[in-house]
Write a protein that binds this ligand. Structure first.
Ligand code: BV8
Ligand code: ZN
Length: 247
């Protein structure tokens, strides 16, 4: 697939680039997406798992689901989409990652400026005293408990829960001030996160969509690359560095 020369020209002028990412950027790291054809939520209903009531009703089941995902994530590696975003940090004034993912792969790939809108599966906290637990939790007596007796939960944002304001505000500011906004591997159906694409568009940023299929927001993209993120992002920035004489 040919990369638009006009996009390369825009990259050469760009100061600030945002990568807004969803589960699709981690698909090539063998982490299942939510809504794609093999999405995990085709089988399990998100309402039954990713919400606080479900956790209070059946914490064992919700923890089983997260431990299953943790295991997949621990056995996975960042792919070329994650590493490309990390590598180009030296070429531009500002590369900001605003991710909906909880898999920590952007950080493991070396990205420095990351806003995590939906939390991080490697962090947990007590629902009672809010104490954070990062290290391995003790499941020997069932659902892990805090020293205060409260249940420990994953530090991820469930449906009906507010996003961490510092992360969302940071992501929103980045979207409102960037020159180019890449939307990579997201179905753009979960709000308020997906609203950041509109924020960037309204602020006049160039929108580049990278997805293997059309999405709810493809109509506002200036460029759409219907290819795997792990293939097209390296190609875009290969073409860019070639034309900018960085190779
Ligand atoms: C909130 C938990 C305020 C963590 C998740 C009606 C209209 C609008 C909004 C709502 C509504 N009803 C309810 C709401 C609000 C709700 C919402 O948006 N619901 C949607 C589903 C309708 N939002 C919320 O509840 C949010 N909070 O609004 O708070 C509030 C507070 C109190 C009271 C009232 C309001 C909280 C949202 C966060 C929910 N948590 N997960 C976890 O376990 O992971 S959501 C879940 O979806 C994940 O977090 C994920 O990040 C998110 C988005 O999914 P994607 O990342 O886009 O993944 P998906 O599988 O969908 O798509 C993957 C894409 O990749 C596909 O397009 C595929 O084609 C593509 N792809 C695949 N392979 C590749 C690829 N692309 C490129 N390369 C590849 N190789
Ligand atoms: Zn506690």
């Amino acid at each position: 697939m040919e990369i638009d020369k006009s996009l390369i020209a825009e990259l050469k002028k760009a100061k600030s680039i945002v990568f807004f990412t969803g589960a699709g950027i981690s698909a090539e790291s063998s982490i299942p997406t939510f809504r794609g054809k093999d999405g995990i939520w085709n089988k399990l209903k998100p309402e039954e798992l990713a919400n606080f009531d479900a956790f209070m009703k059946n914490p064992e089941m919700v923890w089983e689901w997260y431990n299953h995902r943790k295991k997949i994530i621990q056995e996975s590696q960042p792919n070329r989409a994650h590493t490309t975003i990390a590598e180009i940090q030296n070429y531009f004034d500002e590369i900001i990652v605003v991710t909906q993912n909880i898999d920590n792969l952007h950080r493991r790939a070396g990205s420095k400026k990351i806003f995590e809108l939906h939390g991080n599966i490697e962090r947990n906290y007590c629902i009672n005293c809010k104490e954070f637990y990062i290290e391995n939790l003790d499941f020997s007596a069932g659902v892990p408990k805090c020293k205060c007796g409260g249940l420990i939960r994953p530090d991820v944002v469930w449906f009906g829960e507010y996003l961490p304001m510092d992360q969302f505000n940071g992501g929103e500011k980045a979207a409102a001030n960037c020159d180019i906004f890449f939307a990579v591997g997201t179905s753009a159906v979960v709000y308020p996160a997906a609203g950041l694409i509109n924020v960037a568009h309204t602020a006049g940023a160039t929108i580049v969509e990278v997805n293997i299929e059309e999405t709810a927001l493809s109509h506002i993209a200036n460029y759409t690359y219907t290819r795997k993120a792990g293939e097209i992002l390296p190609q875009i920035f290969n073409d860019y560095s070639g034309s900018a004489g960085l190779n």
